[in-house]
Write a protein that binds this ligand. Sequence first.
Ligand code: SF4
Length: 589
Amino acid sequence: MFNRLLRVDLSDQEFKKDRVEEEILRKFIGGKGVGLRLLVEEDTSNDPYDPSNPLIFVTGPLTGSTVQTSGRSAIVTRSALTKTFLDSHAGGHFGPAMRRAGWDYLLIKGASQEPVYLLVTPKGTEFGDAGDLWGLDVFETEKILRKRHGGSRVACIGQAGENLVRFAAVGTELFRHYGRGGAGAVMGSKRLKAVVVEGDEAIGFHDSDGLREQAVGLTRDLKGHPDVERRHELGTMMWIRMGQETGRFLPTRNFQKGSFEQYEGITAEAMKRELNWTSKGCYGCGVIMCSKVSRWDGREMEGPEYETTAFLGSGCELKDAREIAEANWLCDKYGLDTISTGVSISFAMEAAEKGLLGLEDNRRIRFGSAEAVHSLIREIAFKEGIGDTLAEGTRIASRRIGGGSDYFAIQTAGMELSGVNPLGSYSMGLALATGDFASHTRLWTATAEMNGELSLEELPRVIVEGQNEINARNCFIVCDFLPYGLDRLVLLLNAATGFEYTPDEIMEAGARMQSLSRMYNLRKGRTHEDDTLPLRFFEEESFAGLMEGKKIPRDLFEKQVQEVFSLRGWDEEGMPRPQTINELGLEPP
Ligand code: SF4
């Protein structure tokens, strides 16, 4: 069973049990795909903060199984940051617990008059008074609710979500977050402080014995996989050294540079030493276990990850592991996406350097100042002073600040870029500009480019196929770090669903999602003008990768965007052509 849909209306405090139709499951698999399909059907909003914007918690057919890394879940909604499609993923135990509470999808619409939290169990849904929780941070909220509802799992917002910071996250298990795109702000607009799931129902799979048998084989093979040991030892933080020494794409000084002179203070090795790391896995992840628990100065936290370190660390030129860990802890506490927070702060630092802020902010907001970073995180969460402007994201902040600051507002279609500096990895720039939103979680081509395995000619095809595959993996849902392709994963999926997919059908489902999310995005205001990168990346020389020593030529970039469109069966503006819509089994817009 992976069709169980619970509909919740916060305005009327009603809930309704429903089922996702089998045809939708076949075409969209689960997770991101089914969430997208539900969003397109349900969302009549004029703005992400309209009560009619659905907030959809989704799991995949493998969620909660014994398959390694299958504990992940996602929130699908209209992004507060980009005002277009968002699927934001988190590890931890919330997804499996949601399935054990009886639900595969949880679709929340409406808005409550007063702060509320949901308690979802196999019996139904209760609307709990959250008056005593409103104003509390993520850590306090989760602790209180888990104590109040023993055996439960919690997803909640902190003050940033309550205050409608456009990149507010939804936290779970204290340090894990549905981080990107402002799902926390959408939750705050509904005055929904938390979702609590509780239950012990068995999760049903089509062929439980077959799935278990395959999961055992996967675990065995994973233990001997050559990529696993390094990822287990260093986690995502291994990318700091590689991005610096090999790739030269480490986002530094608000993307002005691709390497950071003081990077030795923020590498995985430095973090391990300074923060006394121990390894930890998400639910169902007992081999890779890339997460790191840090302990320092009386604090304990999971993280920092590479992205957090790249944007709150080298991006702002912080050179000390503990300073970055403290920034990470503050973001987790208030419920902020560490990536957009880091990029917004480094944007402010460059603006201050150019004298574009007020006198006092120009003086205090300096690259390298941990004091400024830590203070700005709080100011953003509570929308105080310049924090009120930065809380809108860099696209809107640059419009308010003016003075040509759009040149260094590092965003595409409203989303702060993540992953790498495109001046060190051109392929990532093209992938970010053509994704459903500009995140490294849509596709990671930096390794192949760094290793000289990509050519300019093949890049559009690589991007299209890669985006399709990641879309599919985000439906199952398995972690990006599981080092196996669709040929193997499809066997697991078939055991879970009984649908007998082929790898080609799965890739087609990924293409279907990309076209549907594109149609949705165009409907919600994205235009072809948004399919680009900030000015900085066309005006300054690349440090490494396919464009090393050159500026990215605009005409080549646009030509490659058009090649991506053409391979997808989209017109010059990026609208899927009628024939494509028909072939993919989609409804015309
Ligand atoms: S590999 Fe890391 S992120 Fe992926 S499931 Fe395991 S611990 Fe979580």
